[in-house]
Design a protein around this ligand. Structure first.
Ligand code: CP
Length: 298
């Protein structure tokens, strides 16, 4: 019995996670249109900007035969004060079976799920979770290495404010990877260390020891604040660039959830690097999201 919603990857057992990855791979091998969601209205409700997640959910929904509805919250009755609970009742009354939601507030999809009798898929909530991003990231790593167990993965940058990092930690740990978080204390508290998750400060020392490096976006609003004094100060310690690529072991890959900031957390050399898997991640987003929607809704 699959869970009703996907709010974070800890909604899934390791077996359910592997089943989703296997299904996503099947869609990757054969991306032809399906009818699993035929006649099911699916609403995409994005309160925050998105290119990758919103577009790939829409493609996935169309490819599964769903009736795809996009609501711009700024044009909805929520601006007239209608609550999310009342919006959920209203959408359900129209036969909407699934809502894919992104919101800047951590926990918002959980509140929606309490009022909505259909399925809720979290497309990113505040600094909390981004489960389908983590799923496509794990899928990309498994394609590369044929396994997750035993891999050592560095997650670099603004870990404290990263929903991508949080969900990846859940997914990668569940499947047996070792995680090394790397960043300055202002963006990565020591307290984020836990079983299977180390905290390190020196990226140069970590790079030769890992199979994969996941870079995180440095949010520009954090620059020139107490958290990150300047691009130059951040780059000196944590930017992946041509010199640091040389420190990677053979076969190591570099990933980024996007959108990336050229010249901040990475340079153009990283995007041109043969081990850069950013494009694979984006492509896998469609298949991973097809697998989630099919598992929840079909
Ligand atoms: N990775 C990611 O969530 O990108 P978008 O904000 O463009 O959806």
């Amino acid at each position: 019995m699959p869970p009703r919603n996907l709010l974070d990857l800890d909604d899934l057992s390791a077996e359910e996670l592997v089943a989703l990855l296997d299904r996503a791979e099947a869609f990757h091998r054969d991306p032809s249109p399906r009818r699993a969601l035929a006649g099911i209205p699916v609403v995409n409700l994005f309160f925050e900007p998105s290119t990758r997640t919103q577009t790939s959910f829409a493609i996935a929904e169309h490819r599964l035969g769903a009736e795809v509805v996009t609501i711009d919250p700024r044009e909805s009755s929520m601006v007239k004060g209608e609550s999310i609970a009342d919006t959920a009742i209203t959408l359900s009354a129209m036969g909407v079976g699934t809502v894919v939601v992104r919101h800047g507030e951590s926990g918002f999809p959980y509140a929606l799920a309490r009022s909505f009798p259909g399925h809720v898929v979290n497309a990113g909530d505040g600094t909390h979770a981004h489960p389908t991003q983590a799923l496509l990231d794990v899928m990309t790593l498994r394609q590369e290495f044929g396994r997750i167990a035993g891999l050592r993965v560095a997650i670099v940058g603004d870990v404290a404010h990263s929903r991508v990092a949080r969900s990846n930690i859940l997914g990668l740990r569940a499947l047996g990877a070792e995680i090394v978080l790397v960043g300055p204390r202002t963006l990565l508290p020591d307290a984020m260390a836990q079983e299977g998750v180390r905290v390190e400060r020196d990226l140069d020392e970590v790079l030769p020891t890992v199979n994969a490096v996941m870079l995180l976006r440095i949010q520009r609003e954090r620059l020139d604040s107490a958290l990150v004094p300047s691009v130059a100060a951040y780059a000196a310690q944590y930017q992946l660039n041509a010199r640091r690529l040389e420190r990677l072991r053979d076969g190591a890959v570099v990933m980024h959830p996007g959108p990336y900031n050229r010249g901040v957390e990475l340079t153009d050399d990283v995007l041109a690097f043969s081990g850069c898997r950013y494009v694979n991640q984006v492509a896998n987003g469609v298949f991973a999201r097809m697998a989630v929607l099919e598992a929840l809704c079909a």
